[in-house]
Structures are given as C-alpha cells and as structure tokens.
Write a protein of this length. Structure first.
Length: 94
C-alpha cells in the first residue's frame, strides 16, 4: 500500500497574478454594491406604493363625497326649475 500523502492546507499558488486576485475582489465588491442598491430601490418603491395606496383611498373617499354633493345639487336644480316653471305659468295666466 502506498503511503498516504499528508493533507496540506489550502494555499494560493504563487503563479496566480495579483491582478487576478484584485479583479475578483473588485467584482465581489461590485456585486455587493449592486445588490445593496437594488435592495434600497426595492425598499423605496415599497414605501412609495404604500403612499400611493393611501392617496388613492383618500381620492376615492373624496370622489364618493363629491358624488353625494352632486346628487344634492342636481335635486336642488330640479326644484328650482319646477319653481321657475310654476312662476312662468302664473305670469302667463295673468
């Protein structure tokens, strides 16, 4: 049986240029920066969506109130028209 080679700890060969190591470190830093920027954008978009939902709800409430007010105004106009017709009819009879 051949003798077992001693387990060597991991090491970096001296034939790997420092530029390769630098490039890998810079790429890793770039990836971390990109992911953190994306997460910040996602967080900001989530906040904006919440604000827009609140605005939409308030606009819906205001629209419902305006619809009720418009109905009241229309009824008031109908009442005024009836009164004008009765006044006009009274004037024509005289």
């Amino acid at each position: 049986m051949p003798p077992k080679p001693e387990q060597e700890s991991w090491h970096l060969s001296k034939s790997v240029p420092i530029t390769v190591i630098t490039a890998l470190v810079l790429q890793f830093a770039g990836i971390v920066w990109t992911v953190s920027t994306m997460q910040a954008n996602i967080d900001r978009n989530a906040k904006d969506i919440g604000q827009l939902e609140a605005q939409v709800d308030s606009l819906r409430q205001a629209s419902a109130k305006q619809a009720v007010q418009l109905g009241r105004i229309e009824e008031g106009i109908k009442s005024i028209n009836k009164q004008l017709e009765s006044i006009s009819a009274a004037l024509i009879r005289k």
